[in-house]
Design a protein around this ligand. Structure first.
Ligand SMILES: [Zn+2]
Length: 284
């Protein structure tokens, strides 16, 4: 059962006691960067759940709405920079005892902060792939294409998770959704949508990294999505110590030896600042 601890002291000791930590991060690492998360402190949807892949592929109106909202939300999403949580993980990796960072976030902010041992479990929003021919493009280039196709289109967006934005439905109806320039197929950001699986190779790479780790830290995730939660189950089955830093309950609380309630950036910065993890004594 998790031990609630509002301070970073217990986490500092936990970090100091491990040599090869596998970290799993989620939306709570990026909220301070201005990217909203999906769920409240009870792990429930704060808003209408995101688009399911089946509807995106088969329903033209869903496809149009997705791209209109994504187009409107992109300027704010792409302007977000790394925050304290991202900086803390990058510093931890540099200190040598964070062996792998697997993120459920699609914003690329861990890499921008300087982390290099990163697996983007759910992909990256800045890559776009054609569902027909597999052609790839950058989201930046596609944004320009969409602007050209919608010269008079304007929306007043309210930022939502994953580069999405809330806009007036009447405005959505006039948006010209993009199509593949090569084959006319549907375009999709290269992220794992709800209803899709994580690509097998990516999961295996993350699983292999977990097998090399001596502990698991979850940071800023409610673990409501199974693709993230299954790493907690695997770690638990392997007997690895598990710590969780999150604001609010998570699906893994009963499997964790340590639970720290709070903002990831604040908690992790404090835990790493109170001691040098590379010089800490071994637990044995
Ligand atoms: Zn195509």
């Amino acid at each position: 059962m998790a031990t609630p601890d509002a301070s970073g002291d217990a986490l500092q000791r936990w970090i100091a006691g491990h040599r090869r930590v596998f970290a799993l991060t989620g939306a709570g690492c990026s909220t301070a960067s201005g990217i909203p998360d999906y769920r409240d402190e009870q792990g429930e949807w704060k808003r209408r759940p995101p688009v399911m892949i089946q509807a995106f592929r088969s329903d033209e109106a869903v496809y149009q709405r997705y791209w209109a909202r994504a187009y409107a939300g992109w300027p704010r999403f792409s302007a977000a920079g790394p925050g304290a949580a991202h900086a803390a993980f990058a510093a931890w990796e540099a200190a040598g005892t964070l062996s792998m960072l697997v993120t459920q976030n699609v914003d690329g902010l861990h890499r921008r902060a300087g982390s290099t041992a990163v697996i983007d479990l759910h992909g990256r929003l800045d890559d776009v792939v054609c569902l027909g021919c597999g052609d790839r493009t950058t989201r930046t280039a596609l944004q320009t294409t969409m602007t050209d196709a919608n010269p008079a289109w304007q929306a007043t967006p309210v930022a939502a998770p994953d580069g999405d934005a809330d806009i007036d439905p009447a405005v959505i109806a006039s948006f010209v959704a993009p199509r593949c320039a090569r084959c006319g197929g549907l375009l999709k950001p290269d992220v794992v949508f709800f209803g899709e699986n994580v690509p097998g190779e990516r999961f295996e790479a993350a699983k292999a990294a977990l097998a090399q780790a001596d502990a698991l830290l979850v940071a800023g995730s409610s673990l409501m999505v199974y693709s993230g939660f299954r790493f907690v189950r695997l770690a638990h089955e392997a007997g690895l110590p598990i710590a969780i830093v999150n604001r609010g309950r998570t699906r893994g609380d009963d499997l964790a030896a340590l639970k720290v309630e709070g903002d990831v950036g604040t908690v992790l910065t404090a835990a790493l600042a109170t001691g040098d993890p590379s010089c800490a004594p071994s637990p044995q």
